[in-house]
Design a binder for this molecule. Structure first.
Ligand code: AHG
Ligand code: MN
Ligand code: MN
Length: 281
């Protein structure tokens, strides 16, 4: 596992370099998840593949940008990753990230063993969730990730990141979001799940929601590459992660690119989500 985390540190440094120096244009293609790719999605995917396939304990990799996994002879861990999350935000110079889920046997939520994400913002930060959740920051001079602190969520927060197209929210979902704002929650939403979830985690509480909508009943965010890794991070930090009804990490998958509605937050906010969704089933 340590080898994988060391490889992710190298990956992060190289992707950050690419973000700063490479063309931000689009590619004339869609990825396996059906999104328009930018050149940096492809470059980042190649960087991750290059480093992860060199790691002895890695048996297989699959990414948001790949149709199917790449498998090796040996190894124990399966790594599912989103090499560049929020890539459409690079053009407007907002923060983006990389997300990694490290699994054993298959990519069921219950089989995730660790999760790591990197935020490329004014500073580069990496969060590693194993038994505990730890924050590291890149020292640009030494190119080392330095430990900053352990991260823990409180029982309740003050900020809200409500994703999805509001026109297509179900009325009960809109009522729930409105009632959080009526309680005093402040809007914190950039359109990149990595910085949005990172902010809630560092501010020690709140709610990020990407619900099912009338046009996309299964939501937008992908289980293997985005949702399960962040569910693991939030749960290990003392929060909760649900699809509206159940713990996200109890979910299975049929296809590598499956999506699910998802809610990540501190305990009190998630209780309200579960109550609201149960009442409106
Ligand atoms: P990606 O750039 O990897 O395709 O995913 C971006 C994700 C996520 O970061 C964000 O929360 C969500 O897409 C926003 O999507 P919409 O603006 O389409 O709602
Ligand atoms: Mn993504
Ligand atoms: Mn992506």
């Amino acid at each position: 596992m340590t080898e994988i985390i060391k490889a992710i540190e190298k990956i992060a440094i190289e992707i950050y370099e690419a973000i700063k120096t490479k063309d931000t244009g689009k590619v004339d293609a869609c990825n396996a998840s059906g999104d328009i790719q930018v050149k940096l999605d492809v470059i980042s995917d190649e960087i991750v593949e290059k480093y992860l396939l060199r790691v002895k304990s890695v048996k297989e990799i699959i990414s948001e940008e790949k149709e199917a996994p790449v498998t090796k002879e040996d190894g124990k861990y399966l790594v599912a990753y989103d090499p560049l999350d929020g890539s459409s935000l690079i053009d407007v110079d907002l923060s983006v990230g990389s997300i990694f889920g490290i699994y054993e046997n298959d990519y069921k939520g219950e089989n995730i063993k660790a999760a790591v994400y990197v935020v490329y913002g004014p500073r580069v930060e990496m969060v590693v969730a194993r038994d505990v959740v730890e924050l590291f920051r890149l020292n640009e001079k030494t190119k080392e990730f330095e430990f900053v602190k352990e991260l823990k969520l409180k029982e309740k927060g003050k900020i809200l990141g409500p994703g999805g197209t509001q026109k297509n929210w179900y009325p009960f979902h809109k009522e729930m979001i409105d009632s959080f704002f009526a309680e005093g929650y402040r809007l914190r939403y950039s359109g990149g799940m990595v910085p949005d979830l990172h902010q809630i985690l560092l501010k020690e509480g709140g709610l990020f929601a990407y619900p099912g909508t009338t046009d996309k009943p299964k939501g937008k965010l992908r289980k293997l590459f985005e949702v399960f890794p962040f569910a693991y991070v939030y749960k290990k930090a003392g929060g909760e992660a649900v699809d509206g009804f159940v713990d996200l990490l109890t979910l299975d998958y049929e296809n590598y690119h499956d999506t699910t509605p998802c809610f990540f937050g501190s305990k009190e906010e998630i209780i309200k989500v579960l109550r609201t969704y149960k009442e409106n089933k």
